[in-house]
Design a protein around this ligand. Structure first.
Ligand code: NAD
Length: 500
């Protein structure tokens, strides 16, 4: 049976009224299991009005009470971890441990936001001049909004709404129309944790809803995570409309393998980072860059048996499954199209997953693992983000050549170097023009109290996600200079004079 999903507005599940819907698939079976309503401008504008009415009282609630909602939310996320992970895997396709990781990495940002009173304290200068004091405070923006991708339907919404709400804002979440159930569950949980109605709302939709968010005058800020062309579009139009905007885009993450690296360890890391979650991670490694022919030959020899042993299957397969299907049949076709382009353009397909067939799940969106060798920078499989279980190997003649390759790519989200040489690692970390760097760590996702963000075409805007940057993004600084000329005369008599 196909479930009709809702929006979540003013603390109620609200049916869509636009008459437009998006199919939500079970990627393992290929079946449509739900329909997500696609909001019209009128529906989005209504949600914003509800948020605007609720927000002033929330901003006036003291920060410690707001933080207690976050504390309660951490407990509820732990209580409902299994339920959330199951709903997430059913719509996304990732394995249950991966789905739990998705919830957990969001939970950690909620946990960080318990420290909101500390982060929002502001600064004070006593005696900046005669009778003059100066202080700055961080005030909420008002109604804020976030537009999130399909690949982390729990983590990325929480990365946005937890700091926004802890700062005293209302937040409108427009999740991916491919897997909207977990975001709806999160909004319910926040209310159970004590959040007043109207402060966190979920409005499902597509481009129409996104455009309505960008053009709504009440919305003060937009956070976006997704592909680069959409990031660039939302950033440009959002900024032109005078909003504060941060957009995080696509990636092509390189891992450099130096000749002195432990090649077996590097191969283990590459298999997890390249094929985990079917490669549908913005921090997945999609390019391996062994330095020197001998390193490359050894690496390929270590990789091939590991990749051939990967177990692909539905999330219900438990520990027997390494990665699941990709999210839609369109995503599958796009990946296989790029694999074909790699073959046509002369790359060597060392592991060929094209014939992969998942017995009993023939209509699911499964893609077998692929490994390319001798990829060159002009090929589409190198320039484009594939977002699937496809790893490309580009052989570099030297460390400098490997470094230049990663630096010349238009994306700059994450990267890694595998080496035993501290000097090389240090040089790499200092010179590379990429936002998140791993040294013998393949997926260097920063923890909640640091900030997350790439460079180059992987980001549009100045501040990163979570960590201290989030408290800057979701507040405005106001600086007050006050002068109270002393009215206390010698001997203690009080004689207040108006200021001259
Ligand atoms: P996407 O760009 O297709 O969609 C992201 C969001 O934008 C969704 O909510 C979607 O409804 C909306 N959208 C789609 N088309 C739109 C349009 N034409 N106009 C306005 N809005 C539109 O991305 P996706 O496929 O959901 O997610 C995968 C992408 O996200 C990959 O490129 C991946 O690298 C990227 N990503 C980046 C990060 C990061 O932090 N840099 C994190 C996760 C994912």
């Amino acid at each position: 049976m196909t479930t009709e999903l809702t929006h979540y507005i003013g603390g109620e599940h609200v049916k869509g009224t636009s008459g437009r819907f998006a199919d939500v698939f079970n990627p393992a079976t290929g079946e449509v299991q739900a329909r997500a309503p696609l909001a019209s401008k009128a529906e989005l504008d209504h949600a914003v009005e509800v948020a605007a009415a609720a927000q002033p009282a929330w901003a006036a609630t003291n920060p410690q009470r707001r933080a207690r909602v976050m504390m309660a939310m951490v407990g509820l996320l732990n209580r409902d971890m299994d339920k959330l992970a199951e709903a997430l895997s059913r719509e996304h396709g990732k394995t249950l441990p991966d789905a739990k990781g998705d919830v957990q990495r969001g939970l950690e940002v909620v946990e960080y936001c318990i420290g909101a009173p500390e982060m929002l304290k502001g600064d004070y200068t006593d005696g900046a001049g005669p009778g003059i004091d100066m202080y700055s405070m961080r005030q909420a923006l008002g109604v804020t909004a976030g537009i999130t991708p399909f690949n982390f339907p729990a983590m990325i919404p929480m990365w946005m709404f937890a700091p926004a709400i802890a700062c005293g804002n209302a937040f409108i979440l427009k999740p991916s129309e491919r897997d909207p159930s977990v975001p709806l569950m999160l909004a319910e949980l926040m209310e159970e944790a004590g959040l007043p109605k109207g402060i966190l709302q979920v409005v499902n939709g597509d481009k129409d809803c996104v455009d309505a968010i960008i053009d709504n005058d009440t919305i003060q800020s937009i956070g976006f995570v997704g592909s680069t062309p959409i990031a660039e579009y939302i950033y440009g139009r959002g900024c032109a409309n005078g909003k504060r905007v941060q957009c995080f885009g696509g990636a092509k993450n390189h891992m450099i393998i130096m000749p002195d690296a432990d090649i077996a360890q590097a191969a283990d890391a590459l298999v997890g980072a390249g094929y985990g979650a079917a490669g549908e991670r913005c921090m997945a490694i999609s390019v391996a860059v062994p330095v020197g022919e001998e390193t490359a030959d050894k690496l390929i020899a270590e990789l091939v048996p590991r990749i051939e042993k990967l177990r692909v299957g539905p999330y219900t397969g438990g520990d027997e499954v390494d990665y699941g299907p990709v999210v839609t049949s369109a995503a599958k076709e796009n990946i296989l199209g790029l694999v074909q382009s790699g073959i046509d353009q002369g790359a060597e397909l060392v592991v060929d997953g094209r014939d992969f067939n998942m017995q009993g799940y023939e209509d699911g969106f499964f893609v077998g693992p692929h490994l390319f060798d001798r990829v060159t920078p002009d090929m589409d499989i190198y320039t484009k983000e594939i977002f699937g279980p496809v790893l490309s190997t580009v052989r570099a003649g030297s460390y400098e050549e490997a470094l230049k390759l990663a630096m010349d790519h238009e994306y700059g989200n994450g990267t890694a170097i595998f080496t035993r040489d501290g000097d090389a690692a240090r040089d790499f970390a200092n010179r590379i023009n990429i936002g998140m760097v791993g040294i013998n760590v393949p997926i260097p996702v920063p923890l909640a109290y640091h900030t997350f963000g790439g460079w180059k075409k992987s980001v549009f805007g100045d501040l990163n996600q979570h960590g201290p940057d989030a408290f800057k993004f979701y507040t405005r600084t106001k600086t007050v200079t006050s002068r109270w000329p002393s009215g206390i005369k010698e001997g203690g008599e009080f004689n207040f004079k108006p200021m001259d």
